[in-house]
Ligand binder design. Structure first.
Ligand code: ACO
Length: 436
């Protein structure tokens, strides 16, 4: 009998099955042999929200949520945040190894030369209302890019895939900055190919009439660190969307638009916006205990706290807290910081949060930095989408070449009506439109 196996006894039939255990998991389809009657469908595993289901094998990002560990391709996030750049990290995620000097130069050159948008994209952006949410614009424009690059649909060709990857990593910041400028009614600023990734983004955002925009080096570095920290996070909601949509073999622009839409939600990338709104609502440190009590009574959540995977301090939150101090030295302290620190202090001592292992996550402090950089809240999820584009694409590429990949198609447990006969219109009662 192989030792790496699971013996299952079906108490409905008394029958015993042996299921192999590989990499700490059983294959869910191995359960299908477990039946009561010969023509049964077979046993399903029920796992809404994928709480205990591995949907893929992946060699990109490792998380140990209990110990607060995050690594990209084996490299600890702390070392990458301290020593790497966003484009180098993106290379690492996409290709699996750190680049040589020559490889990095080539990669940087490719990304830099794909930052411009087709002129028609600008017209498309003009069509949005003056107060359109920049994340809504980003999602729509990324989806629209598939019509500008129809060859992107050929996802079986590795060269073609790489070209689209470079285009997306390069163009998403330009779209993001243009969305922001649109909301202010300011003219778009074209990319400056002489600038680094973060500096160029800041230039496209904030340049007014000066011949060359020079970002403060400490702010550009802080942004670079935020980009590194947000670049990937294994099978989260938006990455799962990217992989699921990509499994239909659609082009990566369409898949990435779907991933960005998933990121838009307040329980995911929208959380940093929600954190700032929460801090503003609390208003002062003396009102923190009262707010904590309302959370404990189930009246809303402490935004920026808790994580599906981390049951310890999110390692990214630690790095961001430090980066925030460096930013505030340049910009002056964000007055909401004291409220955030007090919330964290009280929550980390409070039985409710301690027993549920609720710690600050990546979003708890990132919004404070974005605000100090002069960004409106609506831009926060967009700032998340810029670096996560690299992660989504690394995950998409991994899925496309995975021999085990099939179109994502979960099963359901049907709980609806049994078969019944159609009732003619004149014999039906009711008629109210009741919200469901
Ligand atoms: N504030 C108060 N209570 C919380 C919080 C919170 N932020 N998060 C979880 N809880 C409580 C729940 O009410 C639940 O309590 P119960 O057992 O008494 O019912 C328990 O902790 C477990 O919570 P779940 O919702 O089951 O945890 P889940 O893993 O599904 O949720 C999530 C994770 C969505 C991140 C959640 O912690 C949350 O809503 N946090 C606030 C939003 C947020 O910060 N999101 C950003 C996540 S990081 C990212 O996406 C980049």
């Amino acid at each position: 009998m192989p030792s790496d196996s699971l013996t299952i006894t079906d108490n409905r039939t008394g029958q015993t099955y042996e299921v192999p255990v590989q990499d700490g998991a059983i294959h869910a389809t191995d359960l299908r042999q477990i039946k009561v009657e010969e023509d049964d469908f077979g046993l399903l595993s029920y796992d809404p929200a994928f709480l205990n289901t591995a949907s893929t094998r992946s060699a990109i990002t490792y998380i140990d949520g209990d110990r607060g560990i995050l690594r990209y391709r084996g490299y600890p996030i702390e070392q990458l945040a301290e020593q790497s750049t966003f484009l180098e990290t993106a290379y690492l995620l996409i290709f699996g190894e750190l680049p040589s000097r020559e490889g990095l130069d080539k990669w940087t050159d490719e990304i830099t030369h794909h930052t411009f948008l087709h002129e028609n994209v600008k017209q498309l952006m003009e069509g949005f209302r003056y107060d359109a949410h920049p994340m809504g614009m980003l999602i729509s424009v990324v989806a629209a890019l598939s019509t500008f690059y129809p060859e992107a649909g050929n996802v079986s060709d590795p060269e073609n895939r790489l070209l689209q990857v470079q285009r997306l990593i390069a163009k998403v910041p330009t779209i993001a900055a243009f969305s922001y400028r649109h909301s202010l009614g300011l003219p778009y600023v074209q990319p400056d190919n002489e600038l680094g990734f973060a500096e160029n983004f800041l230039s496209m955002m904030f340049k007014i009439a000066e011949p060359k925009y020079e970002a403060h080096p400490a702010l550009a570095r802080a942004l670079e660190i935020l980009f590194i920290l947000h670049a990937d996070h294994e099978q989260n909601c938006s990455t799962n969307a990217m992989r699921a949509i990509g499994s239909s073999r659609v082009d990566p622009y369409s898949a990435l638009a779907g991933a960005a839409a998933a990121l838009y939600g307040p329980l995911h990338g929208g959380a940093n916006e929600a954190v700032l709104r929460m801090l503003e609502k609390i208003g002062s440190t003396d009102r923190v205990p009262e707010f904590i009590e309302t959370v404990k009574h189930g009246e809303g959540r402490l935004m920026g706290f808790g994580h599906r995977v981390y049951k310890n301090y999110d390692p990214r939150a630690k790095i961001i807290k430090q980066a925030a101090d460096e930013v505030f030295e340049v910009t002056g302290k964000n007055p909401l910081l004291d409220i955030a620190l007090e919330l964290e202090r009280i929550a980390l001592e409070d039985e409710y949060f301690v027993s549920r292992k609720l710690y600050p996550n990546v979003d708890f402090y990132s919004g404070l930095i974005y605000e100090a950089l002069g960004l409106p809240m609506a831009m926060f999820p967009v700032m998340f989408a810029i670096p996560r584009t690299a992660g989504w694409l690394a995950q998409w590429l991994e899925g496309i070449v995975d021999p085990e990949q099939k179109i994502a198609r979960p099963r359901q447990l049907y709980v609806g009506a049994e078969e019944r006969d159609f009732v003619p219109l004149e014999h039906r009662a009711g008629g109210e439109l009741v919200a469901v």
